[in-house]
Design a protein around this ligand. Structure first.
Ligand code: ADP
Ligand code: TYD
Length: 212
C-alpha cells in the first residue's frame, strides 16, 4: 500500500429516500474513482458483512410490525457494529475509499422518526457502539412520489419500509433535509430528479473536489 493511497482513505455515505438513486449512483461513483486510480470498496446497510447481511433479512423482510421500535434500533445498530468491525474500519485502515449505501443517518431518520420520537435513543446507542460519522454524506434529494414509484417498480424482497408508503417517504425527505443542516459540515445535497448521467456528473465533480 503506497503512502499516496493511504492518504486518500475516506468514508463516504449515500443517503436519501427509497428509490432516490443511491445504488445507481454509488456504482457510477465507484467506477469514476477506480478509473482515477483509487482503491474503492462499495458496501451497504443494513448489511455489508456476512453477519450484518443475516440481520438485514431479519429487519427488511416480513410483517411491518414484526419488531418493536426499540428492538429494531438494536438490530440495525448490531448490524452496523459488525459492518464497522469487519468491513469499513479495515478498508479505511488500508487506505481505501469506502462508499456506503446508507449509514447511521438512515437510522436517525427511519427508526428515530417513523414510530415516535426515538432520535435520542438512536444517538445514545450510536455514541456507545459506533462512534464514527462519515467524512462526507451525499444526500440525493427528490420528490417522494417519484422515489417510491421507482422503488416499488424494482419489486425486491426487502420491502418492509417501502410498504409504509408515501407519507413516510415525505416525512423522511424533510427529515433528511433537516439532518443536512444539523451536520452541515459533512452533508452535500444532490438534486436526484434528473437523468442518471447528470446526477453522476455532479457527484463526481463534488467528490473530486473533496478529495483534492
Ligand atoms: P435507491 O438505491 O436509492 O433505492 P436505485 O438506484 O435502486 O435507488 O434506483 C431505483 C430505481 O430507479 C432503479 O430501477 C433505477 O434504475 C431507477 N433510477 C435510478 N436513478 C434514476 C434516474 N436518475 N432517473 C430515472 N430512473 C432512475
Ligand atoms: P435500502 O436497501 O437502501 O433500500 P432502498 O434501495 O430502497 O433505498 O434500504 C432498505 C431499507 O432499510 C430502506 O427502506 C431504509 C431502511 N433502513 C432503516 O430503516 N434503518 C437503517 O438504519 C438503514 C440503514 C436502512
Amino acid at each position: 500500500m503506497s503512502a499516496d493511497t493511504r492518504a486518500t482513505a475516506r468514508f463516504i455515505t449515500f443517503e436519501g429516500i427509497d428509490g432516490s438513486g443511491k445504488s445507481t449512483q454509488i456504482k457510477r461513483l465507484a467506477a469514476h474513482l477506480t478509473k482515477a486510480g483509487h482503491d474503492v470498496v462499495v458496501t451497504r446497510e443494513p448489511g455489508g458483512s456476512p453477519g450484518a447481511e443475516e440481520i438485514r433479512a431479519l429487519v427488511l423482510q416480513g410483517d411491518p410490525d414484526r419488531w418493536s421500535a426499540e428492538t429494531e434500533i438494536l438490530l440495525f445498530t448490531a448490524a452496523r457494529r459488525d459492518h464497522m468491525e469487519r468491513t469499513i474500519l479495515p478498508a479505511l485502515k488500508a487506505g481505501k475509499i469506502v462508499l456506503c449505501d446508507r449509514f447511521a443517518d438512515s437510522t436517525r431518520m427511519y427508526q428515530g422518526l417513523s414510530r415516535g420520537d426515538l432520535r435520542g435513543v438512536v444517538d445514545q446507542l450510536h455514541s456507545l457502539m459506533i462512534k464514527r460519522e462519515p467524512d462526507l454524506t451525499l444526500l440525493i434529494d427528490m420528490d417522494p412520489a417519484v422515489g417510491l414509484s421507482r422503488a416499488l417498480s424494482r419489486q425486491t424482497v426487502d420491502e418492509r419500509f417501502e410498504a409504509f408508503g408515501e407519507d413516510l417517504q415525505t416525512a423522511m425527505r424533510q427529515g433528511f433535509l433537516d439532518l443536512s443542516e444539523e451536520f452541515a459540515d459533512r452533508f452535500r445535497i444532490i438534486d436526484g430528479a434528473r437523468d442518471v448521467d447528470a446526477v453522476a456528473q455532479d457527484i463526481a465533480t463534488l467528490v473530486d473536489a473533496e478529495l483534492a
